[in-house]
Each structure stands twice: as C-alpha cells, then as structure tokens.
Design a protein. Structure first.
Length: 736
C-alpha cells in the first residue's frame, strides 16, 4: 500500500505545531514535525506523536452513549438526540433558562468547530450559568488586558526572536510549550536568545526545566508574586528609571501607579518573596537598562489570590520601561482572522465590563460572560430559583481539573439531566445521561482560532482532515448546532445546515445590512466553520476584502499553502489596537489599584510550614491524555516531589507511599525526592486520580495517581477575575 503524508496542525497544546502524518490506507504509520511549516519549522513533542495513539485508542468513544436503566449504553445518534429533546426542553420550560449550566473545557480552545460554535449553543440556551477552564487558568490575564487595552484577548507576548533580556515568572514553557504565548520550540528559541548574548531569568518556586536553560533562577515563595512585581515597579519610580518613550502620549495613570506601589519597597517585601531586596532592585534595573527586554508571567502568576493584580503588574513593568509594543519587547500579534482588536474603529472602543450578573449563591461577579468554575457545585446543590438542574459539558473534566472534585461528583449525581460532548467516558462524563463523542483529531479540519493572536510570529495555517469521518458521525459543530436547535425549541430534527445559514445571515445583516445576501453568496463554497473562517480571513487585516484587495488572504489561499502562510515578524500595533473608551492604555484601572493595597494586609501573614504547588510534564496534558500508551509508558509522572529535608522531617522516603492532607481533603501519593524544590514546598501535578468507578480509561486506571484538586479550597479565588487559587495550599505529609 502506498504511503501518503498529510499536513496537520496539532490541536493538543498552545504551541500549535505543524505535523506531517504519514498514513498507509486507514493506518497511521508515523507522526513527525513538518519541516516546511512556516511557523513551527519541524518542532514537535511526544504528545504530537501520540496523536496516533489517540486516534487508535480503543477507549475513545466512537458512538453516543445513552443511560438506560442506570447504565450508559451505546446508542444511535438519532436516539441520543431524541433523548436530549425528550428531557432538556421540559426542564427549561419548567425552571427557566438558568436551570441549565454549560461547562467548556480546554480542548474547546483547540478545536475550530467547538470554539466557533459553542457560543451558538450558549446563546440558544440563554443561561447565565456558563463556566470554563478560563477561571482555572488565565482569566486574570484576560481581565487585566481588557482593562488596560480594551479587549480580553489583547495580550502582549515577548518578541522572543529579537529580545536580549527575558524574565519568565510562573511559567515553564520548556515543558508546557508556552501558554498565552504560542511559541513552538521554546527551548530552541531560548538557546538562540542566549547565543546572541541575551539573558534569560526564571522566577519560580521550583527550579524548573525552563530554569535549567536560563542564566538565573530565583526561588520565589508561592503566592509572593504580587510583592515581587510591585517591588520591581516601586524600584522603577524610586530610582528614576521610568521611561515610556513613544507610548507616552497614549498612557494614562502613571502617577497613580507610582503612588500605589510606594508601600512596596523591596526591603519591606523581600522576606515574603524569599528573594533578597538587592536582587529585586537589580532585576528592575536590568529590565530598564536593556534596550530589548520583556517580562512574561503565566499560570503560576494567575492562579493566585492576586492573579489579576499580578497580570497587570507584568504589563506595567513592560510599559514603564519602554518595552511595550517595541521590537524585542512585549508585542501584540496581528491575527489574520477572528481577533476582536482588528475589528471596528481603530484606537478606541467600548472597553470591557464585568459584573453584569453574579453567581446566585456566592455572588461571584460575571467576568467575560462566565462565572467561576469553582461555584458550579454550590449552584447545583443549593435549592431555589435559578438552581442548576441540568448540565452540558463540552470537552471539560472539572471533576479532576477543578478544586473540589469529589463534591462536584456528588453534585452531578443529583442533576435531573446531564449531556457531555466528549471523547471519553471519564471522571466527569460518567455522570452524564447522554454522551455525544467528537471526532478523532485526524478526522477533523483545523485552523487555530485563538492562538494567532498570541503567537511569536504572525501566520495563517489550515489543515484538512487526514481521514474521512466514519459514516454518520457528525462533526462537533453540527452536534452543537443540533443541541442549539433543541434548546431553541426547533427540535432534534431541525435542519442543521439551514440553521447554520440562518445564524450567519443574521450576523451578516447586523454587520453589513443589505450587503448580507451577496456576502452569503460569495461564501457559498464553504459550510460551517470553514465558511466562518473564510469570512474572517477575507475581512481580516490581511484579507482580500472580497476582491477589493487582490492577493489578500482567502481560505483557498491558506489551503493552497500546506505549511501555512507566514505573515511576518511582530510589528507595532499601538495605539491602533486599543479599544478602551479613553483611547489610552489604562495603566491604573481603579479595581486593580484597590486590590493591590489588599496585598499589604497579607504581607505579615506567616507562611505555613509546608505548601503544595502544581507541576506539568511533557508526557501529560491536563486530565485526559493518560490513556495513551506512548505517553503512559516509563516512570510514573504523577509523583509528589519533596525536598529531602521535608522528607526527613515528615518521615517519608523516595518511592515510598505517603498521605498528603490539607484542611479540605487527603490523597495517597507516591513520594519522589527532589532538590528542585525549596524546603517547605512540595509539588504534585494536577489531572490525575483516574480510579473513579464507571470511567472507561483502562490504561490510565493502571496507575491512576492522586487528584491534587482534592486538597484545594473551592472558596479560594481571585475576587476580581473569579479565577481559582491553585497553588500555595497548606498541607501536611506523613507516611502511609
Ligand atoms: N490544580 C490544578 N488544577 C488545574 C490546573 C493546574 O495547573 N493546577 N490547570 C488548569 C488548566 S490551565 C486548565 S486549561 C484546566 C483544564 O481542565 P479541563 O478544561 O477540564 O480540560 P482537560 O482536563 O484537558 O479535559 C479535557 C476534556 O475534554 C475531552 N476531550 C479531549 N479531546 C476532545 C475533543 O476533541 N472533543 C471533545 N468534545 N472532548 C474532548 C477529554 O476527554 C476531557 O474530558 O485544568 C485546570 N486545573
Ligand atoms: N506537557 C503539558 N503541556 C501543557 C499542559 C499540560 O498539562 N502538560 N497544559 C497546557 C495548559 S492548559 C496550560 S494553561 C499551559 C500552562 O503553561 P505554564 O504557565 O508554562 O504552566 P506550568 O508548566 O504549570 O508552569 C507554571 C509554573 O508556575 C510555578 N508556580 C507555582 N506556584 C507559583 C507561584 O506562586 N508563583 C510563581 N511565580 N510561580 C509559581 C510552577 O512551579 C510552574 O513552574 O500549559 C499547557 N501545556
Ligand atoms: S508542543 Fe507537542 S502537543 Fe504542543 S502542539 Fe506541538 S506537538 Fe502538539
Ligand atoms: Mo490551561
């Protein structure tokens, strides 16, 4: 049989590598990095190779499951949708729209069909109870970017190929392959930075794999980022290092920032940080002195009580040292499609609003249309008007990925109805009444909807399906639209294509008025996500504007370039990108200024003797890739890393069994001694705990690991963004 190769963009993490999938007939022979990919240049990691295992995994669901007499059994698509129609609309009719909750998980950000269509389902449901992985991850960064620059996704990223000095705080891109920063082969780029005389500094409680390729590593006490960052900003003012350059006329609130950081002298906060005051001052001076420098903070800075303040201070540091929007500094990518900051009038906009409603039980404010994932359980448990009685999960596994999984599991059992769009019967979906599986990534087409606006270089890339989907298995956008039709009262038999036309035409009418019908006509060559993509590309900043800019991008043009279209290095975008009502960069949003002062009150709180933080591993991906042979083989990766001093103090040994406990839960763990951690800090990765009865993950269940989130406090949140606190919980450790 002849071997063929197919180009496929990897949908597993934010690096978005271009891959070559080699096939023989219906079989995957090999997966390699695509050398001719204009963006990733041949890079890939073991997870990309494991796409073969994912495609072939016998546990991956290929038909819907419907609960009959208490047991999830294979069913036809018709029967599955009929069951949804039988049970969901009556609940909505009796209890109102908020009676259904919707959770949207991480893979949704990596699937063109899910990302472009889940909002259509959300709108059809009309519920306020929308939850996503964003509030377990990056909502603080989205909030600070929204307040400063006017849109939730206007997030600057280091211009790594030109920078000479890079400070990485609370991120481990050598392992994670980058986040809110699409940067395949971070290790290679970091090496190149140093080879051209540049310097990389890592600030992290753990001496990470990224620290191993850096010039300096500073051990920070968990949760102390706010003090470290505020002390650096303090130093800029204290030592007269503020230089705002070209952006000066576009900046608002510099003096307010100066006043707000005055109490945060390095000498006052150094002990809390665990980083000496002279080092804090030197970091600020080096940042100011280097012509091409950038500060990058990620999940370690977000999943904290002061996550939003931290995210803001990172960009304040870049702005006050003249590194924002400058070559080699922190720059804004220019996405060819779907970026809100390329739409509407340039330079000014409506800005963002939060708190348009609040969660019913805890009163947590809405942020970016969502409520915090950690209030889901209480919204299901607490009776009264607006109680969540039905749930739809879309590619999300909150029983493992959110704090308080055991409690959530119990709550899910009490639901009147639950539907999951998911490819596995796992810890969360085992509670569903209906599971509707998505396609294998190799049966699906792809364009990165979100990540080009976070990419180290501008690009547009598309990949078609490697294999045709199995007969009768709908793409996920069709499944979402069918659910939307049911929620809209149009029934399970509604014509999905007609509904797709109708929704798009209504949007085009809003945007283009009478020009809508000819636009629909011009787009008629595509359906579904491809049609939305063609529209977005053609009307985007590099688009052909439907013939008005000959040579501009269309979907056809991107499809014709199998390694993608390179759109060049990052270029200055301020003030054009701004969408704040003032038309300025808001350096001093009042809510952030106010919250910073709350950090002072916590400065003197004594540190617990032992705290737990998370960890990522190259061969693992959040909660769902532990069932793939290529990734599961080798040493167990879900260990508790413990400093030898702590191990001795607690009486636990390398390889031994122990119990890790907090005020919220206790889990059995396997100990691994490591001096990468400072004494007083242990590390356990999240996403493990695959021993739930009723799940179908045969390989993962062989070494289930422990669920870190059982130890965390569901009430611990960043109050501004609603993001969960995922690090720094006080724990005790003892032999088992
Ligand atoms: N303690 C702690 N907790 C954390 C984190 C941490 O650092 N520490 N990290 C947090 C972060 S950053 C995130 S993003 C979240 C992630 O948490 P979630 O958003 O829950 O995502 P995953 O854990 O990746 O689970 C993905 C789900 O999608 C399903 N799935 C996979 N592919 C597809 C597909 O193609 N279609 C469909 N329909 N389903 C699919 C999987 O079976 C699984 O059920 O976890 C968070 N939880
Ligand atoms: N292999 C692999 N890759 C992944 C994922 C995965 O699960 N596995 N998940 C993907 C997802 S969804 C995301 S969001 C990204 C996340 O990408 P990253 O943000 O790079 O995530 P981590 O590797 O968890 O790095 C966070 C770092 O923060 C440190 N940290 C912990 N507490 C603190 C603190 O209080 N302060 C500071 N400054 N640092 C702290 C941790 O030690 C860790 O090194 O990774 C993505 N890529
Ligand atoms: S780094 Fe690995 S998982 Fe991430 S996109 Fe590249 S190949 Fe896929
Ligand atoms: Mo994430």
């Amino acid at each position: 049989m002849t071997e063929r190769t197919h180009y496929r963009i990897c949908p597993l993490c934010e690096a978005c590598c271009g891959l070559r999938v080699h096939t023989e007939g219906a079989r995957v022979v090999a997966v390699r990095g695509a050398e001719d990919d204009v963006f990733s240049r041949g890079y890939l990691c073991p997870k990309g190779v494991a796409l073969k295992d994912l495609h072939e995994d016998p546990d991956r669901l290929r038909t819907p499951l419907v609960r009959r007499e208490g047991v999830l059994r294979p069913a036809s698509w018709e029967d599955a949708f009929a069951e949804v129609e039988r049970r969901l609309p009556p609940l909505l009719a009796e209890h109102g729209r908020d009676a259904v909750g919707l959770t949207v998980g991480n893979p949704s950000a990596h699937k063109m069909g899910l990302l472009l269509y889940f909002s259509r389902l959300a709108k059809a449901l009309g519920t306020k109870n929308i939850f996503s992985a964003s509030t377990l991850d990056q909502m603080p960064k989205q909030l600070s970017a929204g307040l400063m620059f006017g849109h939730w996704l206007s997030i600057p990223v280091p211009d790594i190929e030109r920078t000479r000095w890079l400070l990485v705080i609370g991120a481990n891109p050598v392992v994670s392959n980058g986040s809110l920063w699409t940067v395949p082969d971070f290790r290679g780029k970091a090496k190149a930075l140093r080879a051209r005389g540049g310097k990389m500094i890592v600030v992290d409680p753990r001496r990470t794999e990224t620290a191993a390729v850096a010039d300096e590593h500073h051990t920070l006490r968990p949760g102390a980022d706010v003090y470290l960052l505020a002390a650096m900003v303090h130093t800029l003012f204290d030592e007269g290092l503020v230089r705002t350059g070209r952006l000066t006329p576009h900046l608002s609130g510099i003096d307010d920032v100066g006043a707000a950081v005055r109490p945060f002298a390095p000498e006052r906060v150094a002990a809390r940080c665990g980083v000496p005051a002279p080092t804090l001052r030197r970091l600020a001076r080096e940042l100011a002195a280097h012509e091409r420098a950038a500060v990058y903070g990620r999940i370690g800075t977000c999943t904290q009580r002061f996550g939003s303040v931290n995210s803001w201070l990172v960009d304040v540091l870049n702005a006050l040292t003249g590194h924002l929007d400058e070559a080699g500094g922190a720059m804004f990518p220019h996405a060819a499609a779907f970026a809100a900051n390329t739409q509407g009038a340039p330079g000014r906009g409506r800005g963002i609003t939060t708190g348009r409603h609040a969660s019913r039980v805890s009163g947590a404010p809405e942020v970016f249309g969502e409520l915090p994932m950690t209030v889901l359980a209480e919204e299901i448990e607490t009776p009264g008007p607006g109680q969540v009685r039905a749930l739809i999960t879309v590619a999300s596994n909150p029983v493992l990925s959110a704090p308080g999984g055991a409690r959530l599991s119990k709550a899910l059992e009490t639901l009147d109805f639950m539907v999951s769009l998911d490819i596995y019967l796992n810890e969360t979906t085992r509670h569903a009444d209906v599971i509707l599986p998505g396609l294998s990534p190799l049966e699906d087409s792809h364009y990165d909807v979100a990540f080009p606006q976070l990419s180290f270089r501008n690009h547009a890339r598309y990949s078609g399906p490697v294999f045709a989907p199995p007969d009768g298995h709908p793409a996920e956008w069709r499944t979402l639209l069918r659910l939307a039709a049911i929620a809209r009262g149009q029934g399970a038999q509604a014509d999905v294509d007609a509904l797709d036309d109708q929704l798009l035409e209504a949007e085009l009418r809003k945007l283009a008025g009478d020009a809508a019908p000819p636009l629909m006509q011009a787009l008629a060559g595509h359906r579904g996500p491809e049609r939305l993509l063609d529209l977005a590309l053609r009307t985007g900043p590099f688009g052909d504007l439907f013939g008005r800019k000959p040579g501009g991008l269309t979907l056809e043009r991107v499809q014709a370039a199998p390694g993608g279209v390179d759109l060049g290095e990052l270029a200055a975008r301020l003030p054009e990108l701004l969408r704040t009502p003032s038309g300025k960069i808001e350096l001093a949003p009042p809510s952030l200024l106010a919250d910073l002062q709350h950090a002072l009150a916590e400065l003197e709180v004594p540190a617990p003797p032992l705290v737990v933080i998370g960890r990522r591993d190259v061969r693992s991906n959040n909660s769902w890739m532990h069932n793939l042979p290529l990734l599961a083989k080798g040493p167990f990766r879900g260990t508790l890393q413990v400093h030898p001093d702590d191990a001795a103090r607690c009486g636990v040994a390398d390889g031994g069994a122990a119990e890790l406990a907090s005020a919220h839960g206790r889990v059995p763990v396997q100990v691994e001694l490591s001096d990468a951690l400072p004494p007083g800090v242990v590390s356990l990765p999240h996403g493990w705990g695959h021993d739930a009865p009723g799940a179908r993950l045969a390989l993962a269940a062989e070494r289930p690991g422990a669920n870190l989130n059982e130890l965390l406090d569901v009430r611990a949140r960043d109050p501004l963004s609603g993001n969960a606190v995922l690090g720094g919980e006080a724990v005790t450790l003892r032999p088992r």
